[in-house]
Design a protein around this ligand. Sequence first.
Ligand code: ADP
Ligand code: MG
Length: 593
Amino acid sequence: MSFLIDFLNILSKKQLQKLIIIQFLIIIMSIFELISIASIAPFMAIVSDTSLINESPLIHKIYNYFNFKNDNDFMIFLSLIVFSLFIVSVIVSLFTTWRLLRYSQKVGAEISISLFSHYLNQDWLFHSKNSSNEFSRKIFEEVKRLTGGIIQPLLHLNNKLILTSFMVVALLFYNFNVAIITLIIFGIFYLSIFLLLRKKLYINSVEISNLNKNRYNLIGEAFGGIKELIINNNFFLFLNQFSSSNTRFAYTSSNNQAMAQLPKFIAELVAIGSVLFLIIYLLILNNSGLNKLLPTLAVFGIAGFKILPAFQQIFASIATIKGNISAFNSIKQELSTAKKQNSQASKILKVTFDDFIKIDNLSYQYDSKKSFALKKINLVINKYSKTGIVGKTGSGKSTLIDILTGLVHPSEGLISVDMQKIKSENAKGWRENIAYIPQNIFLFDTTVLENITFSNNFNEIDMNRFKKAIEVANINEFINTLNDDFNSKIGQRGVQLSGGQRQRIGIARALYQDKPLLIFDEATSSLDSETEKNIINSILDTYKDKTVINITHRVENLIHFDKIIVLDDSQIINSGTFEELSKDVKFKNLLAY
Ligand code: ADP
Ligand code: MG
């Protein structure tokens, strides 16, 4: 069970401590159950043979101590004691079960949080290679399977194992022969069923994981491209695949569930058979009288009443764990790295930006590509300067921004800010200086105000800064046309907005952040040239204290910029002011573009 070690390894210190407390509760619960069941034996013995009251010194003492007048009163007293013991045992069991369920759900919730945080903390390259559908599946589906299919059964298993071993030991002392025979019968029965089903359970478990992956991907992809699918009327492909995955999923899951329940019914038959056998064995072969038999039968009856479901639960738990182990395996790696990351609390290394950003002899190559995306780039961007970057699609402009923002790190050469080298350790700190606006603005399903300020707390929001931002981004007039002004909701991904409106909200968002460095990566591509010019000029006028880097295809709107950099085929082929460059042929070509 190397799985158990792996599982304990991903738990935090606090979770482990709580687990120990639960473990302790489980032992107490088992002891109470054992005492309550054991109390049946002397009770039955006395009921079937009242002469025992005088024969046993202890019982005699109790009888006299409470001053009982007759045996019936004493029997009622004893039955009340037995019943009270059962009540206490039930209360302890209820409490323990509640804590146990709460523990497993809580650990599940915490695992979801740490997975989400782990994925959020990954760098850009990791995200560019992996699908977000995969992350949602793991955060929800696999964690759900981990909680309900591994942690809970594990605790139940543990619980029942302790209970049954206590009871078995007690029964062995009580009546060795009967206990050992019953044990062997049920032990062999459950073990052989388990060995029989084990492989199938695991195969199904892996299939459930794969089918789930498929289902999540299909949903993510379909809704991601819903407009295209509706217009081109080709969502049948998705629907067909989804329905076949779903049917198989239902089939496999129910098979696994049924396999866990299967032995229960057969076990009941075995149990009835055993009781009948027991009666015959004791009555006929042992030649004992009914009053001798009654206590034994009662104890075994009630013990069986507890042990049989416990056996069943042990089996079902192991089967469930086997059937869900792939869920744990699929997030194990992430969880252990997440745990390591959490323990070395990430401190943000501050990077000051007072003078310049400098790129020296920098080259960059994506893992998946043969050629360089950037070759031997040298560049200085002074604080407060306005720099334009132009070039054909695929010339490396966005890659250059990824490097400038510390999202990816150069294969060769270096980038520094005020002589501080930007590395993965301080990239986060460096980015605190940057407001970045991509071509595709992401919007979330809330108000305009919240989308721009990233805050829903009115006390926190600087309304003047907000007003200035929406004015410069030229989005205030549009906001005025909305029903609830800036408190109007814009749907997820902003489908209710035009591309240009979205981009202007993105610009307002960046301006509101009030960071010293503003980077636009084709952030104005959906606007008409006139609006773009107005916004750019307005930014240059209003935010003089900012350093601006702007990638655009409309070169003519960079007239007022200090420097324009022309990228072609991964290299800087020229740079200068608009005027200086206007003699360059390649630059002129871009003008026409
Ligand atoms: P631009 O922004 O100028 O259009 P990019 O910087 O996006 O150009 O791309 C430059 C080159 O790098 C292109 O050939 C592109 O295919 C490649 N590229 C961009 N992003 C990635 C990525 N995440 N993985 C692999 N190659 C990429
Ligand atoms: Mg680009």
